[in-house]
Design a protein around this ligand. Structure first.
Ligand code: ADP
Ligand code: G6P
Length: 495
């Protein structure tokens, strides 16, 4: 749960590293006694970037969640910069109209589905675009105010793609990086966007534009050449003003050691046992953990499991599916539809095949602290991750990080960025239900040696490429790109 909002506000001193992301790592909520409290924000961006900020002593500019009662104009009492658990945070308020047009509208009903293979149909509305431009400008102005001379500003994700260019106009002295946490779509889909050129130009304000996979970087460079007309060579874009922009892949990761440490804690081990006891000690526990999002393929995995139960291949007293799904973006229509669909599917499977005390699926709408997540990962024999499209999917990496005994099976969609690294998982096409069923069967019956061989290799992979290595490679690369055209040097503590 959250902690009380007792931290004093801190002065807006200029910062050498500024992280700019739509969300702060904590949401401001109202506690049971009516007092404001802070609660960890949802999603992979926060999981990945929080340790980066902690290690590099910067400031994080972002929105503290929909429940701040924001007012028009973006300022509100209690929205001054503050320190929270050692992190310097600088909140930006969003008005109700901005949340509707910029966040729920353009970010999550236009860009999110468009960038995720149009798994849902994107909507294009001119007033949402206007809100997107206005809010991006506010973030850029705020970052320009906070950044020290020659500072490094690192802008994150699809909600803020115009910020790099806006910021460069305000502060040409800055080194600006951008990282997209979600997939960058192929040209054929991106071209649908009426504001495609503005988005490309917005991103070109950065010195370095990072993507999860090489394919995303290639899509971007190709589009820049075709739609903006700049010269490109491999991963470089040459701008008429003499600047060079590099577009490259930096597959993101997690703080692997931190997750493993958590999973080794005696309390977490005890809690994992408690979870299995509470489930009636079935022989096998399957687990899914996601934001409640239509890209995650929750439907596909539950249907596959349901069919195995219906066919009598799995007995509900022997195998239980635990699906944890945190409600997300609940005012966006497609998310409401998904929630209702899943409620119906789970209800039907449990109604048809569950027994008293043994539902087939244990379905929880909840957001848990990290210890509880680690306990769930420890309790699960098979982790089922089946997105239709996902930039990376950190849940898959968290599961692997927690399996320090080299046991447990991972079923992973080939359409998740993580599938490019975690090759020893059971890779599946989530649209192919029979394929998902085969993978569940095989994972449930795999022998210990096979499981250990796969898990050992995957653990090596994530240990060699954890979040520290990721941040270092991005920040170093940003300096290389910048110094290549004679404008920047590494800050003292990074040389
Ligand atoms: P996305 O960023 O699209 O949500 P990721 O899998 O990359 O997907 O990251 C999800 C992050 O959110 C992970 O760090 C995961 O532990 C966390 N998370 C997901 N569901 C829950 C939940 N129910 N409670 C707490 N944390 C969750
Ligand atoms: C994904 C996105 C993030 C986003 C997170 C949670 O990880 O890449 O940018 O913050 O989901 O979504 P939300 O809309 O709640 O911020």
């Amino acid at each position: 749960m959250g902690v009380k909002d007792h931290s004093p506000s801190v002065a807006s001193v200029p910062a050498d590293l500024v992280i700019v992301a739509n969300r702060l790592p904590v949401d401001r909520i109202t506690g049971p006694d009516g007092e404001p409290m802070w609660r960890a924000s949802p999603g992979g961006l926060v999981t990945a970037i929080e340790p980066v900020l902690r290690a590099n002593r910067g400031v994080w500019i972002g929105w503290p969640g929909a429940v701040t009662g924001a007012v028009t104009g973006g300022s509100e009492a209690g929205m001054e910069p503050f320190e929270h658990e050692g992190l310097q945070l600088d909140p930006i308020a969003l008005s109700a109209e901005e949340i509707e047009g910029f966040y729920e509208g353009f970010s999550n009903a236009t860009l999110w589905p468009l960038y995720h293979d149009v798994v849902a149909k994107p909507e294009f509305h001119r007033e949402w675009w206007e809100a997107y431009v206005a809010v991006n400008r506010r973030f850029a102005e705020h970052a320009a105010d906070r950044a020290a001379k020659n500072a490094m500003v690192w802008v994150h994700d699809y909600q803020l793609q115009l910020v790099p260019q806006m910021l460069r106009e305000l502060r040409p002295d800055l080194r600006i990086g951008f990282f997209l946490h979600i997939p960058f779509p192929p040209a054929e889909l991106f071209q649908q966007l009426p504001w495609r050129r503005q988005i490309l130009e917005g991103l070109l304000g950065a010195d370095l534009v990072g993507f999860q996979l090489p394919g995303g970087a290639q899509n971007f460079v190709r589009l820049v050449r075709q739609r903006v007309g700049h010269k490109t060579h491999r991963d470089l874009v040459y701008l008429p003003d003499g600047r060079t922009v590099r577009a490259a892949a930096f597959p993101i990761s997690i703080d692997v050691d931190n997750f493993e440490e958590l999973a080794r804690k005696p309390e977490v081990i005890a809690r994992a046992k408690e979870i299995r006891d509470a489930l009636g000690n079935p022989r096998k526990v399957l687990l899914g953990v996601d934001r409640l999002d239509y890209t995650k393929g929750i439907h596909a995995r539950l249907r596959a499991f349901g069919e195995l139960v219906a066919a009598g291949e799995l007995d509900v007293e022997e195998a239980v599916f635990v699906q944890v799904a945190t409600p997300s973006r609940e005012r966006v229509e497609q998310y409401r539809v998904l929630r209702d669909d899943l409620d119906r599917l789970v209800g039907r499977i449990n109604g048809d095949y569950g027994r008293i005390g043994s539902p087939a699926i244990s379905y929880l709408h909840a957001s848990y602290p990290r210890e509880e997540m680690a306990a769930l990962y420890r309790a699960a024999d098979v982790m089922v991750v089946t997105p239709y499209r996902d930039g990376m999917n950190l849940v898959a990496k968290e599961y692997v990080a927690c399996r320090y005994n080299d046991d447990g099976a991972l079923i992973l969609s080939e359409f998740a960025g993580a599938a490019y690294e975690l090759r020893q998982a059971w890779l599946v096409n989530p649209y192919d239900l029979n394929g998902v069923k085969d993978a569940i069967r095989e994972a449930l019956h795999a022998d210990e040696k096979d499981l250990a061989r796969r898990m050992r290799t995957m653990r090596k992979t994530i240990k060699a490429a954890d979040i520290t290595a990721w941040a270092r490679s991005f920040l170093e690369e940003m300096d290389i790109v910048r110094s290549a055209h004679g404008k920047a040097l590494l800050p003292a503590d990074k040389t």
